[in-house]
Design a binder for this molecule. Sequence first.
Ligand code: IPM
Ligand code: MN
Length: 353
Amino acid sequence: MSKVYDIATLPGDGIGEEVVREGLKVLDAAEEVFSFGTKRTHLPYGADHYLKTGETMPETEFDRIRDMDAVLLGAIGDPRIEVGKLEFAIIAGLRFKLDLYVNLRPIKLFDARFCPLKDKEPGDVDMLICRENTEGAYAGIYGHLRKGTPEEVAHQSMIYTRKGVERIIRYAFERAMERPRKKVTLIDKANALRSQDLWTRTFAEVGREYPEIETDHAYIDAACMWMVKNPEWFDVAVTPNLFGDIITDLGAMVQGGMGIAASGNIHPGRVSMFEPIHGSAPKYRGQNKANPIATIMAVSMMLDFLGEKEAGRAIEDVVAGLLREGRIRSLSAGVHGTDEIGTMVAEGLRGRS
Ligand code: IPM
Ligand code: MN
Protein backbone atom coordinates (compact mmCIF):
# COMPACT_ATOMS: atom_id res chain seq x y z
CA MET A 1 0.00 0.00 0.00
CA SER A 2 1.31 3.43 -0.86
CA LYS A 3 1.29 6.11 1.79
CA VAL A 4 -1.51 8.62 2.20
CA TYR A 5 -0.61 11.92 3.84
CA ASP A 6 -3.08 13.98 5.80
CA ILE A 7 -2.75 17.55 4.56
CA ALA A 8 -4.54 20.80 5.36
CA THR A 9 -4.74 23.46 2.66
CA LEU A 10 -5.14 27.06 3.76
CA PRO A 11 -5.19 29.32 0.67
CA GLY A 12 -5.92 32.48 2.70
CA ASP A 13 -6.12 35.91 1.07
CA GLY A 14 -5.45 37.72 -2.21
CA ILE A 15 -3.64 35.51 -4.70
CA GLY A 16 -3.47 32.67 -2.16
CA GLU A 17 -6.32 30.71 -3.65
CA GLU A 18 -4.94 30.80 -7.21
CA VAL A 19 -1.39 29.86 -6.32
CA VAL A 20 -2.48 27.06 -3.98
CA ARG A 21 -4.74 25.68 -6.73
CA GLU A 22 -1.67 25.37 -8.99
CA GLY A 23 0.41 23.90 -6.18
CA LEU A 24 -2.26 21.21 -5.75
CA LYS A 25 -2.35 20.61 -9.50
CA VAL A 26 1.36 19.79 -9.30
CA LEU A 27 0.75 17.67 -6.21
CA ASP A 28 -1.87 15.67 -8.16
CA ALA A 29 0.71 14.94 -10.84
CA ALA A 30 3.36 14.01 -8.25
CA GLU A 31 0.94 11.57 -6.62
CA GLU A 32 0.32 9.83 -9.94
CA VAL A 33 3.96 9.62 -10.91
CA PHE A 34 5.38 8.65 -7.51
CA SER A 35 2.47 6.53 -6.21
CA PHE A 36 1.45 8.14 -2.97
CA GLY A 37 -1.77 9.82 -1.93
CA THR A 38 -3.01 12.77 0.10
CA LYS A 39 -6.16 13.35 2.07
CA ARG A 40 -6.83 17.08 1.84
CA THR A 41 -8.77 19.22 4.27
CA HIS A 42 -9.61 22.72 3.09
CA LEU A 43 -9.38 25.45 5.74
CA PRO A 44 -11.29 28.64 4.89
CA TYR A 45 -9.47 31.10 7.18
CA GLY A 46 -8.44 34.56 6.04
CA ALA A 47 -9.97 37.98 5.48
CA ASP A 48 -13.25 36.91 3.83
CA HIS A 49 -13.95 34.40 6.58
CA TYR A 50 -13.10 36.97 9.23
CA LEU A 51 -15.36 39.63 7.72
CA LYS A 52 -18.21 37.12 7.49
CA THR A 53 -17.87 35.52 10.92
CA GLY A 54 -15.60 37.67 13.11
CA GLU A 55 -13.40 34.62 13.63
CA THR A 56 -9.67 34.50 12.73
CA MET A 57 -8.79 30.85 13.25
CA PRO A 58 -10.37 28.89 16.07
CA GLU A 59 -8.29 26.98 18.63
CA THR A 60 -10.00 23.72 17.68
CA GLU A 61 -8.47 23.98 14.21
CA PHE A 62 -4.95 24.17 15.60
CA ASP A 63 -5.76 21.03 17.59
CA ARG A 64 -7.06 19.29 14.48
CA ILE A 65 -3.94 20.25 12.50
CA ARG A 66 -1.67 18.84 15.22
CA ASP A 67 -2.70 15.33 14.17
CA MET A 68 -2.10 15.93 10.45
CA ASP A 69 1.12 15.58 8.46
CA ALA A 70 1.46 19.02 6.85
CA VAL A 71 -0.21 22.32 6.01
CA LEU A 72 0.07 24.14 2.67
CA LEU A 73 -0.61 27.85 3.10
CA GLY A 74 -1.11 30.45 0.35
CA ALA A 75 -0.90 33.96 1.77
CA ILE A 76 -2.46 35.99 4.58
CA GLY A 77 -3.05 39.75 4.59
CA ASP A 78 -5.81 42.03 3.40
CA PRO A 79 -6.02 45.83 3.36
CA ARG A 80 -9.62 45.72 4.70
CA ILE A 81 -8.37 44.33 8.02
CA GLU A 82 -6.31 45.97 10.76
CA VAL A 83 -2.56 45.52 10.02
CA GLY A 84 -1.13 42.33 11.45
CA LYS A 85 -4.34 40.94 12.90
CA LEU A 86 -4.74 37.95 10.58
CA GLU A 87 -0.99 37.54 10.04
CA PHE A 88 -0.54 37.24 13.79
CA ALA A 89 -3.54 34.97 14.35
CA ILE A 90 -2.93 32.60 11.44
CA ILE A 91 0.73 32.63 10.28
CA ALA A 92 2.30 33.38 13.66
CA GLY A 93 -0.47 31.29 15.25
CA LEU A 94 0.63 28.23 13.29
CA ARG A 95 4.32 28.90 13.91
CA PHE A 96 3.94 29.41 17.65
CA LYS A 97 1.11 27.05 18.58
CA LEU A 98 2.58 24.16 16.59
CA ASP A 99 6.11 25.09 17.78
CA LEU A 100 7.44 25.22 14.20
CA TYR A 101 10.86 26.37 15.31
CA VAL A 102 12.64 26.19 11.94
CA ASN A 103 11.82 28.59 9.15
CA LEU A 104 13.75 26.99 6.34
CA ARG A 105 14.33 29.27 3.36
CA PRO A 106 16.42 27.93 0.49
CA ILE A 107 17.88 30.54 -1.85
CA LYS A 108 18.87 28.93 -5.11
CA LEU A 109 19.48 30.49 -8.50
CA PHE A 110 18.33 28.26 -11.38
CA ASP A 111 19.42 30.44 -14.26
CA ALA A 112 21.77 33.45 -14.43
CA ARG A 113 19.19 35.61 -16.21
CA PHE A 114 16.98 35.69 -13.09
CA CYS A 115 19.75 37.14 -10.91
CA PRO A 116 19.90 40.94 -10.60
CA LEU A 117 23.59 40.71 -9.66
CA LYS A 118 26.27 41.01 -12.30
CA ASP A 119 28.19 37.87 -13.35
CA LYS A 120 26.53 35.44 -10.94
CA GLU A 121 25.90 31.88 -12.02
CA PRO A 122 23.62 29.26 -10.43
CA GLY A 123 26.60 27.76 -8.55
CA ASP A 124 27.17 31.14 -6.85
CA VAL A 125 23.72 31.32 -5.24
CA ASP A 126 22.81 28.14 -3.40
CA MET A 127 22.17 28.62 0.29
CA LEU A 128 19.87 27.46 3.01
CA ILE A 129 18.79 30.07 5.53
CA CYS A 130 17.61 28.61 8.86
CA ARG A 131 15.54 31.37 10.46
CA GLU A 132 14.57 30.86 14.12
CA ASN A 133 10.78 30.91 14.07
CA THR A 134 9.35 30.93 17.61
CA GLU A 135 11.23 33.58 19.59
CA GLY A 136 13.06 36.89 19.15
CA ALA A 137 11.16 40.03 18.25
CA TYR A 138 8.15 37.93 17.24
CA ALA A 139 7.50 36.58 20.73
CA GLY A 140 4.72 39.14 21.20
CA ILE A 141 6.17 40.90 24.24
CA TYR A 142 5.36 44.53 23.58
CA GLY A 143 3.32 47.39 24.88
CA HIS A 144 2.57 51.07 24.95
CA LEU A 145 2.59 53.50 27.82
CA ARG A 146 0.65 56.77 27.71
CA LYS A 147 -0.61 55.78 24.28
CA GLY A 148 -1.60 58.63 22.02
CA THR A 149 0.04 61.30 24.17
CA PRO A 150 3.22 63.25 23.37
CA GLU A 151 4.90 61.25 26.16
CA GLU A 152 4.11 57.88 24.62
CA VAL A 153 6.54 55.03 25.18
CA ALA A 154 6.49 51.87 23.08
CA HIS A 155 8.59 48.76 23.57
CA GLN A 156 8.98 45.30 22.09
CA SER A 157 11.34 42.75 23.56
CA MET A 158 13.46 40.26 21.67
CA ILE A 159 13.72 37.13 23.74
CA TYR A 160 15.98 34.13 23.27
CA THR A 161 15.99 30.92 25.26
CA ARG A 162 18.94 28.55 25.43
CA LYS A 163 16.64 25.76 24.26
CA GLY A 164 15.26 27.78 21.36
CA VAL A 165 18.65 29.00 20.20
CA GLU A 166 20.29 25.60 20.54
CA ARG A 167 17.67 23.67 18.60
CA ILE A 168 17.77 25.94 15.55
CA ILE A 169 21.58 26.02 15.55
CA ARG A 170 21.68 22.24 15.83
CA TYR A 171 19.19 21.95 12.96
CA ALA A 172 21.46 24.15 10.81
CA PHE A 173 24.49 21.96 11.53
CA GLU A 174 22.49 18.82 10.72
CA ARG A 175 21.40 20.28 7.37
CA ALA A 176 24.98 21.34 6.62
CA MET A 177 26.11 17.73 7.15
CA GLU A 178 23.93 16.71 4.16
CA ARG A 179 25.48 19.29 1.84
CA PRO A 180 28.79 19.08 0.02
CA ARG A 181 30.24 22.35 1.33
CA LYS A 182 29.62 21.65 5.01
CA LYS A 183 29.63 25.28 6.15
CA VAL A 184 27.40 27.14 8.60
CA THR A 185 27.42 30.91 9.05
CA LEU A 186 25.91 32.51 12.15
CA ILE A 187 24.26 35.83 11.32
CA ASP A 188 23.53 38.03 14.33
CA LYS A 189 24.10 41.50 15.72
CA ALA A 190 25.82 40.52 18.94
CA ASN A 191 28.09 43.57 18.81
CA ALA A 192 25.11 45.86 19.43
CA LEU A 193 22.47 43.49 20.87
CA ARG A 194 24.42 41.96 23.71
CA SER A 195 21.65 39.48 24.56
CA GLN A 196 22.66 37.72 21.36
CA ASP A 197 25.83 36.66 23.12
CA LEU A 198 23.66 33.60 23.86
CA TRP A 199 23.78 32.87 20.10
CA THR A 200 27.56 33.38 19.97
CA ARG A 201 28.21 30.95 22.83
CA THR A 202 25.68 28.33 21.75
CA PHE A 203 26.98 28.39 18.17
CA ALA A 204 30.54 27.82 19.38
CA GLU A 205 29.47 24.97 21.69
CA VAL A 206 27.31 23.15 19.15
CA GLY A 207 29.95 23.74 16.47
CA ARG A 208 32.50 21.79 18.53
CA GLU A 209 30.26 18.71 18.14
CA TYR A 210 30.58 18.97 14.34
CA PRO A 211 34.32 19.08 13.57
CA GLU A 212 33.58 18.33 9.86
CA ILE A 213 31.69 21.60 9.51
CA GLU A 214 33.38 24.89 8.75
CA THR A 215 31.90 27.74 10.80
CA ASP A 216 31.72 31.40 9.90
CA HIS A 217 30.13 34.51 11.34
CA ALA A 218 28.69 37.75 9.96
CA TYR A 219 26.82 40.60 11.58
CA ILE A 220 23.45 41.11 9.93
CA ASP A 221 24.37 44.44 8.36
CA ALA A 222 27.51 42.98 6.82
CA ALA A 223 25.63 39.82 5.84
CA CYS A 224 23.26 41.97 3.73
CA MET A 225 26.27 43.43 1.99
CA TRP A 226 27.91 40.03 1.40
CA MET A 227 24.63 38.57 0.15
CA VAL A 228 24.77 41.10 -2.70
CA LYS A 229 28.54 41.27 -3.20
CA ASN A 230 29.56 37.64 -2.70
CA PRO A 231 26.51 35.39 -2.32
CA GLU A 232 28.77 32.40 -3.02
CA TRP A 233 30.21 32.77 0.49
CA PHE A 234 27.01 31.44 2.04
CA ASP A 235 26.01 27.81 2.30
CA VAL A 236 23.87 27.13 5.39
CA ALA A 237 23.18 30.18 7.58
CA VAL A 238 21.39 30.39 10.92
CA THR A 239 19.90 33.58 12.31
CA PRO A 240 17.34 35.01 14.76
CA ASN A 241 13.73 35.48 13.69
CA LEU A 242 13.66 39.14 12.61
CA PHE A 243 17.01 39.08 10.80
CA GLY A 244 15.90 35.91 9.04
CA ASP A 245 12.71 37.63 7.92
CA ILE A 246 14.65 40.53 6.43
CA ILE A 247 17.59 38.76 4.84
CA THR A 248 15.39 36.18 3.12
CA ASP A 249 13.51 38.90 1.22
CA LEU A 250 16.91 40.09 0.04
CA GLY A 251 17.82 36.50 -0.76
CA ALA A 252 14.58 36.04 -2.67
CA MET A 253 15.55 38.90 -4.98
CA VAL A 254 19.00 37.42 -5.52
CA GLN A 255 17.41 34.16 -6.72
CA GLY A 256 14.93 35.92 -9.00
CA GLY A 257 12.24 37.51 -6.86
CA MET A 258 9.28 36.75 -4.66
CA GLY A 259 7.74 34.67 -7.44
CA ILE A 260 10.07 31.80 -6.70
CA ALA A 261 10.97 31.92 -2.99
CA ALA A 262 9.44 29.19 -0.82
CA SER A 263 9.70 28.26 2.81
CA GLY A 264 9.02 25.52 5.30
CA ASN A 265 7.93 26.16 8.88
CA ILE A 266 9.19 22.98 10.42
CA HIS A 267 9.25 21.04 13.64
CA PRO A 268 11.13 17.87 12.67
CA GLY A 269 8.95 14.83 13.25
CA ARG A 270 5.74 16.82 13.73
CA VAL A 271 3.14 18.48 11.54
CA SER A 272 4.81 21.34 9.64
CA MET A 273 3.64 24.20 7.41
CA PHE A 274 4.84 25.16 3.93
CA GLU A 275 4.22 28.48 2.19
CA PRO A 276 5.55 30.89 -0.41
CA ILE A 277 7.53 33.79 1.11
CA HIS A 278 5.51 36.36 -0.84
CA GLY A 279 2.44 38.11 0.51
CA SER A 280 -1.17 38.13 -0.67
CA ALA A 281 -0.72 40.77 -3.45
CA PRO A 282 -4.42 41.78 -3.34
CA LYS A 283 -4.12 43.83 -6.54
CA TYR A 284 -3.55 40.63 -8.57
CA ARG A 285 -6.32 38.62 -6.94
CA GLY A 286 -8.45 36.63 -9.36
CA GLN A 287 -6.60 37.86 -12.44
CA ASN A 288 -4.60 34.74 -13.28
CA LYS A 289 -1.43 36.87 -13.17
CA ALA A 290 0.32 35.73 -10.01
CA ASN A 291 3.31 33.45 -10.40
CA PRO A 292 2.60 30.15 -8.58
CA ILE A 293 6.20 28.86 -8.66
CA ALA A 294 6.91 29.85 -5.04
CA THR A 295 3.92 27.78 -3.93
CA ILE A 296 4.93 24.93 -6.24
CA MET A 297 8.40 25.02 -4.66
CA ALA A 298 6.69 24.98 -1.24
CA VAL A 299 4.94 21.78 -2.34
CA SER A 300 8.36 20.40 -3.31
CA MET A 301 9.70 21.25 0.17
CA MET A 302 6.62 19.70 1.78
CA LEU A 303 7.16 16.43 -0.09
CA ASP A 304 10.83 16.39 0.88
CA PHE A 305 9.78 16.87 4.51
CA LEU A 306 7.17 14.09 4.28
CA GLY A 307 9.82 11.67 3.04
CA GLU A 308 8.74 11.73 -0.63
CA LYS A 309 12.21 12.96 -1.47
CA GLU A 310 12.24 11.77 -5.05
CA ALA A 311 8.96 13.60 -5.77
CA GLY A 312 10.21 16.76 -4.08
CA ARG A 313 13.40 16.71 -6.12
CA ALA A 314 11.52 15.99 -9.34
CA ILE A 315 9.33 19.08 -8.91
CA GLU A 316 12.42 21.22 -8.36
CA ASP A 317 14.10 19.68 -11.41
CA VAL A 318 11.09 20.32 -13.64
CA VAL A 319 10.84 23.95 -12.48
CA ALA A 320 14.60 24.40 -12.97
CA GLY A 321 14.35 22.93 -16.48
CA LEU A 322 11.46 25.20 -17.49
CA LEU A 323 13.41 28.22 -16.25
CA ARG A 324 16.68 27.24 -17.93
CA GLU A 325 15.06 26.39 -21.25
CA GLY A 326 13.24 29.72 -21.22
CA ARG A 327 9.80 28.11 -21.38
CA ILE A 328 9.08 30.18 -18.29
CA ARG A 329 10.28 33.52 -19.62
CA SER A 330 9.92 35.62 -16.51
CA LEU A 331 9.14 35.27 -12.81
CA SER A 332 7.19 38.55 -12.73
CA ALA A 333 3.43 38.62 -12.34
CA GLY A 334 1.41 38.87 -15.53
CA VAL A 335 3.91 37.40 -17.99
CA HIS A 336 2.40 33.92 -17.84
CA GLY A 337 -1.02 32.85 -16.63
CA THR A 338 -1.04 31.41 -13.11
CA ASP A 339 -2.74 28.26 -14.44
CA GLU A 340 -0.38 28.11 -17.43
CA ILE A 341 2.65 27.70 -15.18
CA GLY A 342 0.92 25.12 -12.96
CA THR A 343 0.01 23.09 -16.04
CA MET A 344 3.55 23.31 -17.46
CA VAL A 345 5.04 21.94 -14.24
CA ALA A 346 2.39 19.21 -13.85
CA GLU A 347 2.87 18.11 -17.47
CA GLY A 348 6.63 18.25 -17.08
CA LEU A 349 6.36 15.87 -14.13
CA ARG A 350 4.13 13.43 -16.00
CA GLY A 351 6.42 13.58 -19.03
CA ARG A 352 9.63 12.66 -17.20
CA SER A 353 10.95 9.35 -18.39
C1 IPM B 1 7.20 36.14 6.39
C2 IPM B 1 6.25 37.28 6.56
C3 IPM B 1 5.69 37.27 7.98
C4 IPM B 1 6.86 37.44 8.94
C5 IPM B 1 4.61 38.33 8.24
C6 IPM B 1 3.45 38.19 7.27
C7 IPM B 1 4.11 38.30 9.67
O1 IPM B 1 6.87 38.47 6.25
O2 IPM B 1 6.75 34.96 6.51
O3 IPM B 1 8.38 36.36 6.12
O4 IPM B 1 7.26 38.57 9.26
O5 IPM B 1 7.38 36.42 9.38
MN1 MN C 1 8.92 38.27 5.55
